[in-house]
Write a protein that binds this ligand. Structure first.
Ligand code: SF4
Ligand code: SF4
Ligand code: SF4
Length: 319
């Protein structure tokens, strides 16, 4: 993308309401902005309504056309708590991390963060999420107050959506790196211990596990066979014996590693639950700085929990 086009995309994105609802047919406001810059019609955003349509027409010097779908009032998702089964599907669907809750426990929507995108409604298996007019919009009694609310929602929605995307991408990249390291390790079975790729230091490293049980036992058998045919004074003997010892140690250490990773995940889940409760507490009783700090702590707790879950999943798939 040329820099002129990138600037145009940013200008268009600045006009869009940032609910990240996907009703324009794109995975969020920024992709729709990029599509508009490439010539897509400007009338596909229901949350933006007539106001966004007019601003886009003016910005891009395009003729006004009718909205493709009816305009929408600013909305809020509300979970009927006594019906929620705590499946976490809504959390996974929310593009701005506006839902808090733990597995098998009641979930709640953070009113100030919810953009009313409705993406949490369809995945809910018990249909316990209502969409209502946003109370902050209802409370805005003049145009200035309404515009202030829309600006705040857009700024918040943009930041939170980008932070969520960055977190998901970082998680995917970390996983891809680990897979690549394991793949390279398999391609170089005869390399010396010093040459073998080292596991990346991570909060929940899986130690020295080398592969599946069947693969491990095949390698162990191969090494034992090689050693049995090797002269006692062969200079390579020491290295092979060391590799054999490492593989046998890895196989015996696997169950203990899995136990430790399970404990680490349980602890991370507990920390994340506490962080979620603290966020809710801050929303009820604290000021903006404490809310921001609590949200930051919750982000970190979620990242740590995900790292613990990934490490455990990889460990159980390996052993
Ligand atoms: S608010 Fe929804 S419909 Fe409008 S641009 Fe953003 S994602 Fe698309
Ligand atoms: S809580 Fe639901 S409606 Fe609100 S932003 Fe998240 S997914 Fe959208
Ligand atoms: S999807 Fe529905 S049942 Fe599941 S946690 Fe969310 S609100 Fe509760």
């Amino acid at each position: 993308m040329s820099s002129a086009n990138a600037i145009l995309v940013e200008q268009i994105d600045a006009v869009l309401p940032q609910t990240q609802c996907g009703k324009c047919g794109h995975g969020g406001c920024l992709p729709y902005a990029a599509a508009i810059a490439e010539g897509e019609p400007i009338n596909k955003c229901p949350p933006g309504g007539e106001a966004t349509l007019h601003t886009l027409a003016q910005l891009l010097q395009r003729p006004l056309v009718a909205l493709e779908q009816p305009a929408e009032m600013p909305q809020l998702a509300v979970i009927r708590e006594d019906e929620c089964i705590g499946c976490t599907k809504c959390i996974q669907a929310c593009p701005v991390d506006a839902i808090v809750g733990a597995a098998k426990q009641m979930h709640g929507v953070l009113e100030a963060e919810c953009t009313g995108c409705e993406l949490c409604v369809a995945p809910c298996p018990v249909d316990c999420i209502d969409i209502v007019e946003h109370p902050q919009w209802q409370a805005a009694h003049n145009e200035l107050a309404q515009q202030r609310y829309l600006n705040a929602r857009a700024a918040n929605g943009r930041v939170r959506h980008r932070a969520r995307n960055a977190r998901i991408e970082a998680r995917k990249a970390a996983l891809a790196n680990k897979r690549m390291a394991r793949f390279k390790q398999r391609l170089a079975p005869e390399s010396t211990p010093a040459q073998r790729p080292q596991a990346q230091p991570a909060p929940f490293s899986q130690g020295s596990s080398q592969g599946s049980p069947s693969r491990n036992s095949a390698l162990v058998a191969r090494l034992q066979h090689k050693l049995s045919r090797m002269a006692a004074d062969d200079p390579k003997r020491g290295e092979l014996e060391q590799r054999l010892a490492e593989m046998q140690h890895s196989a015996s250490a696997a169950p203990q590693q899995t136990r430790q990773l399970k404990m680490a995940l349980a602890a991370a889940e507990q920390r994340r639950r506490l962080a979620e409760r603290h966020v809710q507490h801050c929303y009820r009783q604290a000021g903006p700085d404490e809310i921001t700090a609590a949200q930051h702590a919750l982000e970190q707790a979620r990242t740590t929990e995900q790292a613990a879950r990934t490490a455990l999943e990889q460990s159980t798939s390996l052993h």
